[in-house]
Write a protein that binds this ligand. Structure first.
Ligand code: SF4
Length: 349
């Protein structure tokens, strides 16, 4: 979003004025090819524009090729330590390579660059606070945002000197403040697309909080072009959280949003239960629609009117708003039933 350059991962553009691309990483054993492929399909169908696979060694060569050749979306190979593996992954069909400059020797990077040029495969230079190069650690004493940015820019300069600019950059940390500061500094120095993520962010709740603050803050400030929400749980959840995060910032089009009140002593019907029914119903809906579920007449009519569809009221009578007008009245159960029907037939003007 912030970057001026666009990089193509297969047919998926990252950067420029293109929409933010959500990505995730499979966590299956590559030897279990079909299970791996099924996970990629699930991730892609739920909104992952590209999917990353760790490619740990040549013993997975046939499995990797099998999976990549059948993937419904471009695949990124995540490579550590070995330039030969990066070259092999590109030969097997990877549409992008992610490397960490801290753990591949400069002279070996040339092999990767030459192959990436030939195959027109972009490379993400992914710097992590946990694996900064030794000389930068000595210079700064310990990992600091300036060290991460220096590492990323130094590698970028090396790639450019070797006539390669098909680059995406990332500077990640498990510390939210560190990650934010690093990306702000990076964005001031580069116009390459930036991949955002809080690495090793934790489980579902803690990780969602950290990712939302870190990634959300940066996106709100027009920094970042592709995101990976990192959670210690199933990667399908990462996509769900990423979509909701982008939706909350109005950066994701074809997905619903829900407004629901926290309830208080004024509510006389099961708002939380109704909200849950609505969320479940919306799980597979691919429409740009906002639905409000509100517990009483204090803020209810205002929010319900402003949403595309909204309900509010009391145990005795609830009302359904559609585009600001009341279109149905009844008990909570009948109104929720009507609301779900309206969701299914809803079309934006
Ligand atoms: Fe309470 Fe009504 Fe506000 Fe819901 S909308 S939190 S029920 S005052």
């Amino acid at each position: 979003m912030n970057s001026k350059r666009t990089v193509y991962v297969g047919d998926v553009p990252i950067g420029g004025s293109h929409p933010i691309v959500i990505q995730s990483m499979i966590n299956t054993d590559l030897k279990n090819r079909n299970r791996s492929l099924e996970q990629i399909i699930r991730l892609h169908e739920s909104g992952s524009g590209i999917v990353r696979i760790a490619y740990p060694g040549s013993e997975y060569r046939d499995d990797f090729e099998y999976i990549v050749s059948r993937s419904p979306c471009p695949v990124i190979a995540d490579i550590h330590f070995s330039a030969d593996l990066a070259v092999e992954a590109m030969e097997l069909g990877a549409s992008k390579i992610r490397i960490n400059p801290g753990n591949i020797k400069k002279r070996n990077l040339i092999k990767i660059i030459e192959k990436a040029k030939k195959f027109e495969v972009p490379i993400r230079i992914g710097v992590n606070s946990g694996s900064l190069e030794k000389d930068l650690l000595e210079k700064y004493g310990h990992p600091v945002p300036d060290g991460l940015v220096e590492s990323a820019m130094r590698s970028t300069a090396f790639f450019e000197e070797n006539d390669f600019d098909n680059i995406v950059l990332s500077v990640k940390s498990s510390d939210v403040n560190f990650m934010i500061e690093s990306n702000i500094k990076l964005a001031r120095k580069t116009d390459y697309p930036i991949h955002l993520g809080v690495t090793e962010a934790g489980g579902l709740i803690r990780g969602t909080v950290k990712n939302s603050i870190g990634i959300g803050y940066l996106l709100k400030n027009s920094i970042g072009d592709t995101v990976r929400v990192s959670l210690s749980t199933e990667p399908e959840k990462e996509i769900e959280i990423a979509k909701k995060m982008l939706k909350a910032l109005h950066l994701y089009g074809n997905a619903p949003d829900v407004i629901s009140c926290p309830t208080c002593s004024r509510s006389t019907f099961d708002v939380a239960g109704m909200q849950e029914i609505v969320e479940q119903h919306l799980e597979n809906v691919k429409k740009d629609i906002t639905v409000a579920v509100m517990g009483c007449v204090v803020n209810g009519p205002g929010e319900a009117k402003e949403a595309d569809l909204g309900i509010t009221g009391s145990l005795n009578e609830c009302v359904l708003f559609k585009k600001g007008e009341i279109v149905f009245r009844g008990n909570p159960e009948s109104v929720i039933e009507k609301l779900l029907e309206e969701v299914d037939s809803y079309e934006k003007d």
